[in-house]
Structure formats: C-alpha cells, structure tokens
Design a protein around this ligand. Structure first.
Ligand code: F6P
Length: 371
C-alpha cells in the first residue's frame, strides 16, 4: 500500500478527527504510506481543491477536536447529486467520476468514515471497483454488526448533562420538562441518557406511546408529592395512533428531517394543566470534544482500518464486538439497521424502576413503600 485516501461522509460526529489522526499516524509510521484527505465527503473527488495531503503535522492536536478537518456533506450521495443544468436543478449519478477520481489519485485504498447512507454508497462503489474500507460513525448508534459507533458516547454524555440541568430547574419551578433528543429512528441516545439522567418518561421510536400513559406518570408523581417530571423523547418517537413529526420533507438528496415531537408532547401535557417547557437539544449533541471512550474507540477503529487496507481486505468495515475490534463485510453492516431491543435488560431495568415508556400505565407502588 503506497497511497491511502480518507473521507468523512454524512453528518459529523465527535471522534472523526481521532479516527483521521490514528489512520494517518498508523499509515505513515507502520506502513510508510502517503495519505491524502478527500474534502466534504465524496464531493472532494469532483470539486476543485477537494484533495489535501495529510501528514503528521496536519493531524497534530486534532484528537480532542469535534467536527472533521476534512469537512462533511450529508447531501453527498454519489448516486444523487444536485447540480444546475441549463439553469435547472437536477439530480445526477456521479459514481463513475468518483471511481475515476480514485484512479487519478492512485489510491490503493480509501477509508470511508460514515453512517448508514455513506456506507451504503461505499459498498456500491466497491462493487464498481473502489478499494473501500468502512469505519462506522454516528451519534445515533444505529449501524448493524457493531456494538458501538464513535460519537454515540459523546452525544449521550451531552444529553445526560442536559437532563441533569433540566432536573434542577424543573424541581425549582414544579414544571414538566420535555427534552427532545436526536437519533433518527433509533432510540439509543434517549434510552441511555434517559436512564443515566433519571428521566421519569422515556419515549423512543421502538415503543409507540399513548399520551394517557405519559399523563398517568406525571399525575402519579404529583400525587406522591413530586411536583416536577422529566420526559426524554426521541425525535423519531410517535404516538400509537399517530405519525412521526417532521420539520422538513425529504427529496432525492435529503432524507426527511425529523423534529417537533417534543413540542407535541409538551403541548399535550400543558393542556392537561401541568406547566411544561420543551427543550430541543439538536446539534449540540453532535458537537464538542469527544469523550475518552469515543477517542479510544475512534483511535482503535482508525488504526484497524489501515491494517485492513494494508492486507487488501476491501468491502469490510471495522466493528466492535465483545470489546474487540474485528471486521465484517459492508454488506452485513448495512443489511439491517440497529434498533433498541425492547426485550433487553436496559428497558426491563428502566421499567422495573418505574420509568414509563408510554406503552403501559405506570405500576402502582406497593402499599408499604413510603412514596
Ligand atoms: O444521524 C445523525 C443525526 O444527527 C440524526 O440524529 C439527526 O436526525 C440528523 O443527523 C440531523 O441531520 P442534519 O444535520 O442534516 O440536520
């Protein structure tokens, strides 16, 4: 392996720079290889100035930095790129140009750091001849075949801190605080942060909820003298007899943008006579310095991806299984998106502690409990 390319596709996630740093250092120190960065996802193969050299100097100090030094583009699907032709916006397939770009740059391997969409494109490009290795990135933690994606732990930490802060003001004002969290169609961020932050209600896409069950929990707490409640709700959660809430429709290039369910839940609670405020944490969850766990995972992923590249093991993705870094086929990774297992001990534990998921009314405390 003489020349390695790296790109970061889709939305950013804390730890992208840690992967880049580990990959560059491993490629240079271990394999004496030259490394280039492709800017703004796959777009860098097409745009002027889209390729930059990556040496030890370029990656110095980036371990702790959020974002990505290469830029990201979640409109960067090579099979659906928006361009202006004859004054009109049209969607075109630029996958052949990307294959040519890889050849032009003499890349022996290309590391693609991305989520579901980017890894789908990566597999398709491999089938057209691109020497690709995937690295699973997303705060949503929804990629199949791996126990963890980097970025998730940082997002959960940020979301948990938000719940901690909402707790104190909720208690002071006797309010219900609704916190809307990211995650698309997977409830991992909300489940983990909800349990870690001690939320009273956790609403996730995997468990459609009933407003009555949410209200029963809020009322029950007030009856027991707890005049405030914390409701953590995933952006992808939906009522049993309703739909997900979107703030923008999708098209050929953009996926539909989830957002607004927190407001719907908050308004419902307030109409029942409980003073309520809604916070949407949004992109704060994607920003900031990665946690030590995400740095540790990202570093191991970056180095392992370079080792795969050196062995010519393409169309593979690095993955965490039972604490070890292994590799699986990209086809396997993208075949099934990961969702919260509602039979898993995390959900059982939360239910057992009185946390309500909205599908069933809260259990009554035993008569000899003090509250
Ligand atoms: O996939 C990561 C994610 O942050 C989701 O949790 C969220 O729904 C989406 O990306 C937001 O995308 P954008 O940055 O395009 O608004």
């Amino acid at each position: 392996m003489k020349r390695l390319g790296i790109l970061t596709g889709g939305g950013d996630a804390p730890g992208l720079n840690a992967v880049i740093r580990a990959a560059v250092k491993t490629a240079i120190y271990d394999y004496g290889c030259e490394v280039v960065g492709i800017r703004d996802g796959y777009d860098g193969f097409i745009d002027d100035g889209g390729v930059i050299p990556l040496g030890i100097e370029e990656v110095r100090g980036i371990l702790v930095r959020g974002g990505t030094i290469l830029g990201a583009a979640n409109r960067g699907n090579p099979y659906a790129r928006k361009v202006i032709r004859d004054g009109k916006e049209v969607t075109i397939d630029v996958s052949d140009e990307i294959i040519k770009g890889i050849e032009r740059l003499n890349l022996d391997a290309l590391l693609v750091l991305g989520g579901d969409g980017t890894l789908h494109s990566a597999h398709e490009l491999y089938l057209k001849g691109a020497p690709i290795i995937g690295v699973p990135k997303t705060i949503d933690n929804d990629i199949g075949g791996t126990e963890a994606t980097f970025g998730f732990d940082t997002a959960v930490t940020t979301a948990t801190e938000a719940i901690d802060k909402l707790h104190t003001t909720a208690e002071a004002h006797h309010r219900v605080m609704v916190l809307e969290l990211m995650g698309r169609n997977a409830g991992f961020i909300t489940l983990h942060a909800g349990i870690s932050g001690g939320a009273d209600v956790i609403l996730i896409p995997e468990i459609p909820f009933k407003f009555e069950a949410v209200m029963a929990k809020v009322r029950q707490r007030v009856e027991r003298g707890y005049l405030f409640s914390i409701v953590a709700v995933s952006e992808g959660a939906k009522p049993v007899s309703g739909e997900q809430v979107f703030s923008r429709e999708g098209d050929d290039v953009y996926v539909p943008r989830l957002g607004g369910i927190g407001q719907v839940v908050g308004e419902h609670i307030e109409k029942q006579g409980f003073e309520t405020r809604v916070t949407v944490l949004g992109h704060v969850q994607r920003g900031g310095t990665p946690t030590p766990f995400d740095r540790w995972l990202a570093t191991r992923y970056g180095a392992a991806a370079v080792r795969l590249a050196a062995q010519g093991k393409f169309d593979r993705m690095v993955s965490l299984q039972c604490g070890k870094i292994v590799d699986i086929s990209l086809a396997e990774a993208i075949a099934i998106t990961k969702r919260v297992d509602i039979k898993d001990d995390a959900v059982i534990t939360a239910r057992g502690m009185g946390i309500v998921f909205g599908d069933e009314t809260p259990p009554q405390p035993s008569p000899n409990s003090n509250k």
